[in-house]
Design a protein around this ligand. Structure first.
Ligand SMILES: C[S@@+](CC[C@H](N)C(=O)[O-])C[C@H]1O[C@@H](n2cnc3c(N)ncnc32)[C@H](O)[C@@H]1O
Length: 219
């Protein structure tokens, strides 16, 4: 197969692209994906457009388990026991589910700015896996808010940033995470808020932890 065709074949598995294109082109609240030189400061920081999006598309059409992720990121399989992962912008659970299936050592934390998305994720997990005791989700817009204190308290965050030493799990916080995943989420963040959002990811990532991302965009 030609290299170009191979790439096409690979990416075609992520979404039903024509369906997605149709939705983005016809939804004014998603127009920032189309106009690259727009002034994003006029967008309200709230997450209503995503909430509306997930409410409108509750049929699961966007749910496609990303089975390739464990091959793409083998660290998710080889990691030690009690590893922790934060999936940001979990959507319908397309990323969370293969990780829960394939990596028994990982506790998965998932957030989304849309509470509707969290409901979809939970439904898809319950449908696919019998007993799940290593999953927890919460609502958060990581481009405008901090992750909750129970994820990494101020003491741990200071240690990560300044001393580069490990925080520790306590009754107040889980001591940060070993992995952060941003799978097709960063492109949803307006450019002007990206630096703040990335900084927030690192504030809960343990020293030596990995930020794993996959996305599309213009080269
Ligand atoms: C294209 S979906 C990707 C979903 C999932 N990561 C996957 O692998 O399919 C992007 C998700 O990010 C969420 N999102 C967008 N902006 C966000 C933000 N600032 N903070 C948290 N979640 C956000 C949206 O609600 C949506 O569910």
């Amino acid at each position: 197969m030609e290299k170009r065709d191979e790439a096409g074949e690979y990416h075609s598995k992520d979404f039903e692209w024509e369906f997605l294109q149709n939705i983005v082109e016809n939804d004014p609240s998603l127009s920032h994906h189309l106009h690259h030189h727009q002034d994003f400061s006029k967008y309200s920081p709230n997450s209503q457009p995503w909430q509306d999006f997930h409410s409108r598309h509750s049929s699961g059409k966007f749910f496609k388990e990303r089975r390739y992720l464990l091959k793409e990121f083998p660290e998710l399989v080889s990691c030690g026991e009690n590893s922790k992962l934060l999936e940001i912008g979990c959507g319908n659970g397309s990323t969370v589910l293969p990780i829960l299936r394939g990596s028994k050592n990982i506790t998965v934390y998932a957030c989304d700015c849309s509470s509707e998305a969290l409901v979809r994720t939970k439904e898809n997990i319950d449908r696919a896996i019998d007993l799940v005791d290593n999953f927890r989700s919460f609502c958060c817009d990581f481009s405008t808010s901090e992750f909750p204190d129970w994820m990494a308290c101020d003491h741990c965050r200071d240690k990560f940033m300044v001393n580069h030493s490990e925080g520790s799990e306590s009754k107040h916080c889980i001591g940060g995470v070993d992995f952060v995943t941003l799978i097709f989420t960063l492109s949803a963040v307006p450019k002007e808020r990206m630096p703040r959002a990335i900084k927030e990811c690192f504030s809960v990532l343990k020293p030596g932890g990995l930020l794993l991302f996959r996305d599309y965009g213009n080269c």
